[in-house]
Design a protein around this ligand. Structure first.
Ligand SMILES: *Cc1c(COP(=O)(O)O)cnc(C)c1O
Length: 415
């Protein structure tokens, strides 16, 4: 086995799936684990997207395309971005053109290409803590993942001082995930400007994982990092997998925002890397312009509203659970819950909390560690139908009632 294969590990897939724990056979399993909104069929792709795909299929002759994707489709992404960014940009923002767009196989591939194009073995990239398993893509290549803290008490804002302290001369990029997974954070304009300020002073480009762009709860404004940046080059990674509820479409993109030509060689490098795989799939590529143009705003609004309601339901139950503190998200489709582990004397850590919860209550959640490199928490997904979220949170409450030790109990025990 090659070094690359040996060192590549997806913390969610391998560590958690390898844990031997089975649901309680007398209770129906409710899974709050996987961030795929389609599983329960309550969130599905827009009918307009299916119409676009059927049409595209009829027109497709399945010939090879340019390796960055069909020009008209890249053009459509540029148009989609420019339209969405309207009113949110700095005065001198230059509209995106198709030349700035590379289509990829999902946001995952977009991210991997950005990591690959910026860092050599021995370099490092900075990631938020908590975050999803970005290290999967880099550790096998000899690139170091370094982590800066997000603060759960400040709506998951970046600890800017800590971020700055993690930068050294081998730091090639900072990754910012907004709206975020697993936290559901959506950053204010001011906070994003502060992050840009750090990057600018150290002359480090930012990889903006904005796969949940504009996927925020009602009344919460999302600001694209590239729309706010004056001087910091931003590689924005996104796609249709989450906001358009098409996870397995594997359609994503990179947008190169570099108005001062600081990353010309990186731009060239990204196109070189695109030549490795000729992605993505031709029918989806042909359907993309119509998917982007015809999916009605109502589709997005309805989904956001539903997810907001789910988050309120989950939050209102979880905040009454002994020993738990849920943190209300502002967007995306997840909610993080803090566990006061010292109040659960028979449970060592959040991984064990998750395993015992599954075996007793048949509710599966992802533990903050190892899944998101953040011990003491667990994450639930909000895309599950509301009645199941309510049922699952009720079971979590029973679980906590059983295992929580009140101070008085300890006193009794020791006395
Ligand atoms: C799901 C997810 C991705 C990957 O998206 P795909 O388009 O399915 O590859 C990237 N970043 C975050 C934060 C995600 O939650």
């Amino acid at each position: 086995m090659s070094d690359l294969a040996r060192k590549t590990e997806n913390p969610i897939r391998s560590i958690w799936e390898g844990c031997k724990s089975t649901p309680n056979p007398s209770k129906k399993l409710i899974t709050l684990q996987i961030g795929d909104p389609t599983i329960f069929k309550n969130f599905l792709a827009a009918p307009e997207a299916k119409v676009a795909l059927r049409k595209a299929l009829d027109h497709d002759n399945f010939s090879y395309m340019s390796c960055a994707g069909l020009e008209t489709s890249r053009e459509a992404v540029a148009e989609y971005v420019n339209k969405n960014y309207k009113g949110l940009t700095t005065q001198d923002f230059q509209p995106i053109t198709f030349n700035d767009v590379i289509l990829t196989s999902g946001c995952s591939m977009a991210l991997e290409m950005c990591f690959r194009v910026l860092a050599n073995p021995g370099d490092n990239i900075l990631f938020p803590k908590p975050c999803m398993g970005y290290s999967t893509w880099i550790v096998g290549c000899g690139v170091e993942a370094r982590y800066f803290n997000l603060d759960p008490n400040k709506e998951w804002e970046v600890d800017l001082e800590h971020l700055e302290s993690m930068i050294n001369d081998k730091t090639k990029a900072i990754l910012i995930n907004n709206p975020g997974n697993p936290c559901g954070n959506v950053y204010s304009k001011e906070h994003l400007l502060n992050i840009l300020n750090v990057a600018e002073r150290h002359k480090i480009p930012i990889i903006a994982d904005e796969i949940y762009e504009f996927f925020t709860f009602p009344g919460v404004q999302f600001y694209p990092l590239a729309a706010l940046s004056k001087n910091v080059p931003i590689l924005t990674c996104s796609g249709i997998t989450k906001r358009f509820i098409m996870p397995a479409s594997r359609m994503g993109w990179i947008i190169i925002n570099d108005r001062n030509h600081l990353l010309d060689s990186v731009r060239k490098g990204l196109f070189n890397l695109a030549g490795r795989n000729f992605v993505p799939n031709s029918t989806l590529t042909r359907a993309l312009p119509e998917i982007l143009r015809d999916t009605p705003q109502k589709f997005f609004d309805d989904n956001s509203k539903a997810l907001f309601n789910h988050s309120l339901s989950a939050f209102s139950i979880l905040k009454t659970c002994d020993g738990l503190t849920p943190i209300m998200p502002k967007g995306a489709m997840y909610l993080m819950v803090k566990i006061e582990l010292e109040k659960f004397p028979n449970i060592k850590n959040c991984l064990e909390f998750s395993k015992i919860l599954l075996s007793e209550q048949s509710v599966s959640v992802f533990p903050g560690f190892p899944c998101f490199n953040f011990p003491g928490f667990f994450r639930i997904v909000l895309t599950v139908p509301e009645e199941l979220i309510i049922e699952a949170c009720g079971r979590i409450k029973m679980f906590c009632e059983k295992h929580y030790k009140h101070d008085g109990d300890k006193y009794l025990k020791s006395g």
